[in-house]
Ligand binder design. Structure first.
Ligand code: FAD
Length: 446
């Protein structure tokens, strides 16, 4: 039953790491609503496998910076990269203080793993379920806060805005089909990626870029929306539905990519876009629907302890990773573009913030370096919360009234149709930004 209030101080749309960390860093005297479209656990943050980057020490700075820029084709925003790397130790310390358990060496120091594009191991991890470990820990911390309300199965349909100022959101209560207005002095969009708008994706299908479409409609600036990362290795399957990712850290720990004759054909640890292109080229040359990933030469105990979820999932699909190669194929994975935001999460609309994968502050450039995403989402969500705290002022009631008066409630009479329209808009906008070319993946789902 819908039990949300009509008014909060801050509304956060999205319960992934970005939304939760934003809520955790807001003052306790602010009434905060964090809502999501489906179940709380249906967000990509739960799926993150490989890990989260951490600057190991001052001597690692130049290398980490260069790796991030090189992976991003030097189209990254240098200030964002600097801020993210310098904030990485703070983020990991925050997580550890909340109870997140990362793999450790015998002496208690962090154990680091490596992924493509990294010159050195600098990725903290928790087996192959780092995202789940982080997100469940954040969630239990948020659940302890009296000032934060969590709501599942409530879908944002629109912003309530007057000109260039945001006063809240219009939502659909999925269960009853009712549409409601919720007012907030500040609104934070933490709505994740858009793989669900395209299919053949590692993302949850519900993540279709709704907020991106709403922002485009409302004249909020968006950037680089054709920058969509295709991950080189998802488990090939003829079944429909979300593609299961085979983390890059499997290659980081030594796995090989093999062609149809079981020969290596590329450097497995190049940045993702380079490896993805090599895989597609090999599939085309071989006339196959996948290539092979070989972990057989990696010590079995290492695979079992570092990648238990991958081992299990492959088993369910009929593959024993210890004795046979597994078929892998590229899949749409990550959105580098998004709603334009600065390093405090501010969008071009007053009182509206965007954090996490849905925003674009330019940190990833044209291609995200592995394991920079959880870090970016957590850090800039915290910065957004800090900014809201420092600039906080209640919204003016005249503006709010004008925003309500300008709402055409007929628009929400058929929410399903509206959401389908958003999906089409997202696909069209991405295509237009790609100068008429379809999204940069030349592989069609079976
Ligand atoms: C399989 C997989 C593995 C990954 N591995 C790694 C990794 O090892 N390291 C790393 O750094 N990154 C990894 N990533 C990327 C990383 O997980 C994500 O970029 C990050 O978790 C995004 O967090 P977020 O909070 O921005 O969004 P999400 O966690 O995706 O959350 C989005 C939220 O928005 C809500 N939402 C969306 N639209 C609406 C709407 N209209 N109304 C209401 N709510 C809405 C959803 O319900 C959800 O709660 C991986 C991603 C995938 C898919």
């Amino acid at each position: 039953m819908y039990s949300l209030k009509e008014r909060y101080d801050v509304i956060i749309v999205g319960t992934g790491v970005a939304g939760l960390n934003c809520a955790l860093n807001l003052p306790r005297d602010k009434r905060v609503l964090v809502l999501c479209k489906s179940k709380i656990t249906d967000c990509d943050s739960y799926l993150a496998q490989g890990g989260i980057c951490r600057l190991r020490n001052e001597g690692d700075y130049d290398s980490y910076y260069e790796d991030t820029m090189r992976a991003g084709h030097y189209e990254n925003n240098p200030a964002a990269v600097e801020s993210m790397i310098k904030g990485s130790q703070e983020v990991i310390a925050d997580l550890v203080s909340l109870g997140v358990e990362f793999a450790r060496e015998e002496d208690g120091s962090f154990a680091y793993t490596k992924e493509g594009g990294h010159s050195f191991p600098r990725i903290c991890y928790h087996e192959d379920s780092t995202g789940k470990e982080i997100t469940t820990t954040l969630l239990s911390a948020v659940r302890k806060l009296d000032n934060v309300e969590l709501a599942e199965r409530v879908t944002m349909l629109d912003l309530i805005a007057d000109g260039n100022e945001c006063f809240g959101i219009v939502v659909l209560d999925n269960a009853s089909g009712e549409v409601h207005k919720i007012f907030g002095d500040y609104t934070v969009l933490a709505t994740g990626g858009l793989g669900g708008a395209f299919g053949n994706t590692t993302n949850f299908g519900i993540l279709k870029g709704d907020a991106l479409a709403v922002c485009i409609d409302r004249g909020v600036a968006v950037d680089r929306i054709n920058y969509i990362q295709v991950h080189p290795t998802s488990l090939y399957s003829k079944k429909r539905g979300r593609r299961f990712l085979i983390s890059e850290s499997v290659r980081g720990e030594g796995a090989y990519l093999l062609d149809k004759n079981f020969n290596r054909f590329t450097d497995e640890l190049k940045p993702r876009d380079v490896v993805k292109d090599a895989v597609f080229a090999q599939m085309k040359k071989d006339g196959t629907k996948h290539v092979w990933l070989d972990m057989r030469h990696i010590p079995a105990e290492k695979i079992a302890s570092h990648f238990p979820a991958i081992v299990q999932r492959c088993k369910e699909e009929g593959y024993d990773v210890f004795t046979e190669c597994i078929p892998v194929v590229p899949a749409i994975h990550y959105f580098m573009g998004g709603i334009r935001s600065d390093l405090k999460g501010r969008t071009t609309m007053s009182r509206l913030y965007a954090v996490g994968e849905t925003c674009c502050n330019g940190v990833h450039g044209k291609n995200r370096l592995a394991s920079n995403s959880l870090l970016e989402s957590l850090l800039f969500a915290k910065r957004a919360a800090q900014d809201i705290t420092s600039v906080y002022s209640p919204a003016e009631s005249e503006g709010e009234s004008a925003a309500v008066a300008s709402l055409d409630m007929d628009k929400y009479k058929n929410p399903k149709k509206l959401l389908a329209k958003y999906r089409t808009q997202v696909r069209k906008a991405v295509k237009a930004a790609s100068e008429g070319k379809d999204i940069n993946i030349n592989y069609k789902e079976n």
